[in-house]
Design a protein around this ligand. Sequence first.
Ligand SMILES: [Zn+2]
Length: 207
Amino acid sequence: MARGKFLRLFIGNMASGKTRHLLTEIDTLRRYGNKRIAVFKPRTDTRSGASCIKSRKGDEDAAEDISATSPSEMFAILRAKEAAAGCRYEVIAFDEVQFFPRDSGFFQIVKHLLDHGYDVLASGLAFDFRGEPFGSTPDLTVLAEDRCMWLTAYCTKCGARAPFPQRIIDGEPAPYDSPQILVGGDETYEPRCEEHFVLPGRPLTGH
Ligand SMILES: [Zn+2]
């Protein structure tokens, strides 16, 4: 069995082109590398609707929804796909990996895939709305090594580099103590730089 496979991670803020880069990589590997690729995404991502991933530019690809808290269910789906195809898949892709919590076992799943000869592609938000590391994304950086591509977003207020997603609820910056993930909420997000990132009630700074 082939070993020493690699993880390529697209990491950054919202609106930085993470999913677009993931889709480009999938398309290139499939079209020119003749690779069989299984694409998965956590079920909590409602932006794209069911069973596809979609960039802001409009590119999309079919994806299997899996539980964010029990991502190991991807193995059964993968086995079924391989049985139907009569051969192994070569590449496994995951979008929005920040929605897999650190205690979901996602890190070990990716490690297992790599150890068993699969290449893995992933994209994920680096920081949550609090400006803190988000879910499994940071954990994957240690597996991706130098195949970790940081994508830059730009501040909606000033055009500077914008590492943070600003959460806005009813036109106001969301406070630090609102939940990390809001499902079906009325919040919006926009990329902000260090200066224009506003977080009422943030510990240590208090502004
Ligand atoms: Zn700014």
